[in-house]
Design a protein around this ligand. Structure first.
Ligand code: PEP
Ligand code: MN
Length: 353
C-alpha cells in the first residue's frame, strides 16, 4: 500500500501517519521526499487493512493498494527507477554499466591479466565465479575461498568492484570431493561488492530469505539471475523475496531461457523482449547477460547491442585472456578486443537512446 501525502502536508501530519503505520504493526519506507514526505510505502501483509485506515488522517491525499503480486519491486510502488550503489558505482542510472570477467576464477595470473585489461578499458566491475554451479559434479567446481581472496587482491590493486556468485548456504565441495569448511554465502557476502545469485538458485526461496536477512544491515547489492525456465512473474516474486526480507538493493539479470532451440545454435534463447517488460513492471535495474543467453562468442556482440537498444541498464559479459583454454564457458567468452568493441558500440547506442 502506498500513501501519497498532500503537497502542503505538515511534518506533524506526516508524523501521525508514520505513528499509525507503526501502531498497526507495519514497517514503512519513505519512497519520495525532497522537502517533506511525498510518498510512503507501507510494508507487510495489508490484505485486511482498509485504505481508509490511513486515508482518513489529515494531510493524506490518497492511499493506493498495489494490485500486483510483487509489491515492493513494482512500478506501482515506485515510479522512480532504482539506482543501486555498488561501492560507489551506480547501476541503473544514466550510465550504462559493464560487469565483465571470466566465468570462473582459475589462477592468480588469469585473474590479474583479465583485471588488467578491464581496468585499461575503464570497466569498473569485475565478475568471476569462485563457486561454480556446474551441471556435472565432475566439472571444475571453482577455486572456493582462495578465489575470493584473489578477487580481494584485485580490488585492492585496481579499485575494481567485485561481483561473484553465492551458490548456497552449504560448504564448498570441489570436483575431487574435497570439502572446504566455510559457508559459501557468508564468504561471498564478506568479499563481494555485488552478490550474484545464479539462475539455478532463483527459486531457492529459503536461500533468498537467508541472504536478505544476512545482508539486511550492510544492504550489499544482489544481482539476481532469471531461472532458465522461470516466468517473469516468478522472477519478480523471487526479487520480492529479497526486498521484502530487508535488502532493497536488487538488480535483475536476464540470461536467456530454455526453449525448443537447439543448443548447437544457441545455448539458451536470449529473452530481449523481457527487458522492456521488466523496465515497465518493475522499479529495479535490469542487466542483460549475452554470454549465457547465446553460448557462443560470435553471437555475443549482436545480442549485447540488441539488449542495450531495448533499454538494458548494463551488460554482464564473460571474457577470458585465453578463451580456448578456459576451464568453464570458454566458447562464449569474448576476448579483450571483442569486449572493447562491444563496449564502444553499446555506448553509441545508449547515446542515441
Ligand atoms: C554465471 O554467471 O557464471 C552463471 C553460472 O550464470 P547462470 O546462473 O545464469 O547460469
Ligand atoms: Mn559462465
Amino acid at each position: 500500500m502506498i500513501i501519497h501525502m498532500e503537497k502542503n502536508s505538515t511534518p506533524e501530519q506526516e508524523k501521525r501517519v508514520l505513528e499509525r503505520i507503526k501502531k498497526a504493526g507495519f514497517d514503512y519506507e519513505i519512497i519520495h521526499g525532497s522537502l517533506g514526505i511525498d510518498v510512503i510505502g507501507v510494508l507487510g501483509d495489508l490484505s485486511r487493512v482498509e485504505e481508509s485506515y490511513f486515508g482518513e488522517l489529515d494531510g493524506v491525499d490518497k492511499v493506493i493498494r498495489i494490485s500486483k503480486p510483487y509489491k515492493l519491486v513494482s512500478r506501482e510502488y515506485s515510479s522512480r527507477s532504482k539506482v543501486v550503489d555498488a561501492g560507489g558505482v551506480a547501476i541503473g542510472g544514466d550510465q550504462l554499466c559493464f560487469l565483465a570477467g571470466p566465468c570462473s576464477l582459475e589462477s592468480e595470473s588469469q585473474i590479474f591479466s583479465i583485471a588488467q585489461y578491464l581496468n585499461d578499458m575503464g570497466i569498473t566491475i569485475m565478475r568471476g565465479g569462485a563457486y561454480k554451479p556446474r551441471t556435472s559434479p565432475y566439472s571444475f567446481q571453482g577455486m572456493g575461498l582462495e578465489g575470493l581472496k584473489l578477487l580481494a587482491k584485485v580490488r585492492e590493486q585496481y579499485g575494481l568492484k567485485i561481483i561473484t556468485e553465492a551458490t548456497g548456504l552449504h560448504h564448498h565441495i570441489d570436483e575431487n570431493g574435497e570439502r572446504e569448511k566455510h559457508n559459501v554465502l557468508e564468504n561471498v557476502i564478506e568479499y563481494a561488492d555485488i552478490i550474484q545469485i545464479g539462475a539455478r538458485n532463483m527459486k531457492s526461496y529459503g536461500f533468498l530469505q537467508e541472504l536478505a536477512i544476512l545482508t539486511k544491515e550492510n544492504k550489499k547489492p544482489v544481482l539476481l539471475k532469471r531461472g532458465d525456465s522461470s516466468t517473469l512473474k516468478d522472477f519478480l516474486l523471487a526479487a520480492e523475496y529479497i526486498v521484502s526480507n530487508g535488502n532493497p538493493n536488487v538488480i535483475l539479470c536476464l540470461r536467456g531461457i530454455r526453449t525448443f532451440e537447439e543448443e548447437s545454435f544457441q545455448r539458451f534463447t536470449p529473452d530481449i523482449g523481457a527487458i522492456t517488460v521488466l523496465k515497465n513492471e518493475s522499479n529495479l535495474p535490469v542487466i542483460f547477460d549475452p554470454s549465457h543467453s547465446t553460448g557462443y562468442r560470435a553471437n555475443v556482440k549482436g545480442v549485447s547491442l540488441a539488449a542495450v537498444a531495448a533499454g538494458a541498464d548494463g551488460l554482464l559479459i564473460e571474457t577470458h585472456n585465453d578463451p580456448a583454454n578456459a576451464l568453464c564457458d570458454g566458447e562464449q567468452s569474448v576476448t579483450a578486443l571483442q569486449l572493447k568493441e562491444i563496449r564502444e558500440k553499446s555506448e553509441k547506442i545508449r547515446a542515441v537512446l
